[in-house]
Design a protein around this ligand. Structure first.
Ligand SMILES: C[S@@+](CC[C@H](N)C(=O)[O-])C[C@H]1O[C@@H](n2cnc3c(N)ncnc32)[C@H](O)[C@@H]1O
Length: 342
């Protein structure tokens, strides 16, 4: 396995699977299904000993044998996290339309309408000719923007079958190319120092060992490479609202925000960080910039996640003083936008 961990030479051009791609595919991760998208998928040079599942649709996922095998993994928390995201990907509530293409387009439109700061933060155009890795692709909307910028090599990961299947379907529909791998961000099957840019939006706070995930980001980045990562901010309006609903109104005001995020926000064990803690997490990096961003959940706009519905929320949505909140409580946003230089 070690042999496969080849480092991409600086400036090397990729024809077929680059050394990065080979490392990706030959690493221990090859035991998991590797889903390839776009033109490369039909290239015989890629016929490595991979278990290829042909185009799983999200509805088939829970029936898949491989899915069952993955579920029996010893790490039960991670298994629960995977299971949560296998039941519904982030942003699925925006994907409405008569066919798959229409649904992806609708999701893309709503995503950037409600989160216009994503393209600004990500700076997708910077991917041109770079080796880009996205960790936690979800439905693949941002991944599609990276692909459109024509990176030298695009790699994408997610722990959830549903997410990888969605992204693959999306890439096939829009004729885009990426090496998509179902894998765990705490152990990336990738050589060290080989990626120019790592992007991860709302992912590493879900994994049990977040510091390990960030060490992995640092390891795979080449010196001078950039990480763009969004993680949740502890002192957020979303946190206070969840605390009111699940702490105060349930007669448990002593419940801390950590407990609230871990049990009521999204997948089990979700974490949120103060700016100081985020700085510590990225302590290995040479330069770290952190911005706080209010999101559509803080403003009670749109759907706020599949766990949160009901009369109380409907009333709160009607009465919420969005204009005031977005101007006066800018430092109470749920998102920490982190740009870190290796
Ligand atoms: C909130 S979603 C974000 C998805 C996407 N980045 C987006 O913005 O829509 C979190 C994603 O993280 C993935 N995830 C959770 N733990 C992970 C891990 N250990 N390794 C890789 N992906 C993970 C989940 O499967 C899920 O797709």
């Amino acid at each position: 396995m070690q042999l496969c961990r080849t480092v991409l030479a600086p400036g090397a051009r990729s024809r077929g699977p680059s050394p990065v791609g080979r490392a990706w595919l030959c690493s221990p991760g090859y035991l998991q299904p590797t889903l390839r998208s776009g033109r490369g998928a039909r290239d015989s040079r890629f016929s490595l000993p991979i278990t290829e599942i042909d185009r799983p649709r999200p509805s088939d996922i829970t029936k898949s044998k491989l899915f069952q095998a993955v579920r029996s993994a010893p790490d039960m928390l991670k298994s629960d996290i995977r299971s949560f995201w296998d039941q519904g990907s982030a942003g699925e509530f925006w994907a409405v339309g008569s066919d798959a293409k229409a649904r992806f387009l609708a999701e893309e439109k709503s995503r950037y309408q409600f989160e216009p700061f994503i393209p600004e933060f990500a700076d997708f155009a910077a991917a041109t000719d770079r080796v880009v890795l996205e960790i936690g692709v979800g439905m693949g909307c941002d991944h599609q923007q990276w692909a459109r910028a024509r990176p030298r090599h695009l790699l994408g990961t997610d722990l959830s079958w549903r997410s990888v299947a969605y992204t693959r379907e999306r890439f096939d529909l829009f004729d885009l190319k990426s090496d998509l791998v179902l894998t765990d961000c705490e152990s990336l099957p990738l050589a060290s120092d080989c990626v120019d840019l790592v992007y991860s939006w709302g992912v590493v706070h879900h994994t049990p060992n977040t510091p390990q995930a960030i060490r992995e980001i640092h390891r795979v980045l080449r010196p001078g490479g950039i990480a763009k990562v969004m993680i949740y901010h502890k002192w957020s309006l979303t946190g206070y609202m969840l605390w009111t609903r699940y702490g105060l109104l349930r007669g448990r005001p002593w419940c801390g925000l950590d407990h609230i995020y871990a049990n009521f926000l999204e997948s089990p064990g979700t974490k949120a960080y103060t700016v100081k803690e985020a700085r510590q997490l990225f302590g290995q990096f040479s330069d770290v910039r952190i911005a706080i961003q209010v999101n559509y959940g803080d403003l009670l706009q749109s759907e706020v996640g599949r766990r949160h519905r009901g009369l109380l929320l409907t009333i709160a949505k009607t009465l919420w003083p969005r204009w005031l909140v977005s101007r006066l409580l800018k430092r109470q946003g749920l998102y920490l936008l982190i740009t870190a230089l290796k």
